[in-house]
Design a protein around this ligand. Structure first.
Ligand code: CA
Ligand code: CA
Ligand code: CA
Ligand code: CA
Length: 317
């Protein structure tokens, strides 16, 4: 896939090199030259533009905000700035925009902004909860949850510009975190009829509901593997929450990827399927972690005293 902006950044780096060469030709300069600093910054920007970022929510400034950072935890960038709750970032399929929800107008609404936090657009505007946005794979629609009908949270779909907001499930259950399948034909979400949440899969038009888990335990935040064959989700297993997978066709073959005494959750596959980003709770607060797709090779990415959650890796690389 095309590496966005990389051509322009590479040209900028080459231009800086040329300027440096000209500078050396006509003068002597020390190693503290501004040219060195500019070149260093341009190279850093170029390298940063050629690797995906993790978008996530953090409580670092006292209320939740949306942030991005490199996969190794470097270059943390704050994108929202307010005293309200901002969470659940979702990348557009081209990696250029981030949908999220915020209660900055008094109740929760869905917003979309550029990946650098600029050009914020409000897509929903009503007195009810609207949250958990997720872009469709073709980039044309956003699934989300809202409690504007029947006082229970249902799965809705709208156009990417906020037009045509339709209740897809229209059920009396409480539904959360809808996520499109990679081919766009199905949506998986968490649902509760008053007790534990279970994982439910349906066609994208709301038909053909099928329970992936039965709600014996509390299961939440489902998403799909890149090939569409697995549902990745959080489940209460024995003494605490773990990251699990099941076959997306029939809910069979549960595989528990984490095995520890603290709460793991909000897991998402990388866009290339090689790894999983999630949040865990090893030292009294949550931090972003990455593990291989089989649960091995766990790495802690953030190591803050605040709370980090709902990480997702930028597509388009
Ligand atoms: Ca905030
Ligand atoms: Ca609202
Ligand atoms: Ca655990
Ligand atoms: Ca933390």
């Amino acid at each position: 896939m095309e590496k966005r902006n990389s051509g322009g950044k590479l040209q900028a780096v080459l231009c800086a090199c040329a300027l440096l060469a000209v500078f050396f030709s006509f003068s002597s300069c020390g190693e503290d030259s501004g040219f060195y600093l500019d070149l260093e910054r341009l190279v850093e920007e170029y390298e940063s533009s050629t690797q995906p970022k993790i978008a996530y929510a953090s409580l670092a400034d006292g209320d939740y905000e949306i942030y991005t950072m490199n996969l190794d935890g470097s270059k943390i960038t704050q994108l929202t700035f307010n005293n309200d709750y901002d969470s659940a970032p979702s990348w557009s399929p081209d990696g250029k925009k981030i949908a999220y929800y915020s209660d900055t107008d008094g109740d929760s609404e869905i917003y979309v902004m550029n990946s650098d936090g600029t050009n914020v657009e409000k897509l929903t505007d009503n007195g009810f909860f609207d949250g958990h946005p997720h872009w469709s794979p073709d980039g044309q629609n956003i699934a989300f949850t809202s409690d504007r009908d029947k006082n229970t949270r249902n799965v809705f779909i709208m156009d990417k510009d906020g037009q045509n907001q339709n209740n897809i499930t229209s059920s009396t259950e409480t539904e959360a975190t809808p996520r499109w399948s990679p081919d766009g034909t199905m949506i998986v979400f968490a649902s509760s009829n008053g007790g534990n949440y279970r994982i439910v899969r349906m066609n994208a038009d709301g038909s053909n509901l099928f329970d992936i888990t039965d709600g014996t335990n509390n299961d939440s935040t489902p998403s799909w593997s890149v090939d569409g064959n697995l549902i990745l989700f959080t489940g209460w297993r024995s003494t605490d929450y773990e990251i699990c997978t099941r076959n997306s066709t029939d809910g069979s073959n549960e595989n528990i990827l984490t095995n520890n005494d603290y709460e793991d959750g909000s897991a998402r596959f990388f866009p290339d399927g090689s790894k999983i980003v999630y949040r865990s709770f090893p030292d009294g607060n949550t931090d972003i972690h990455i593990m291989d797709a089989d649960g091995s090779n766990v790495r802690q990415i953030t190591k803050t005293s605040s709370w980090e959650r709902m990480p997702v890796v930028q597509p388009g690389f």
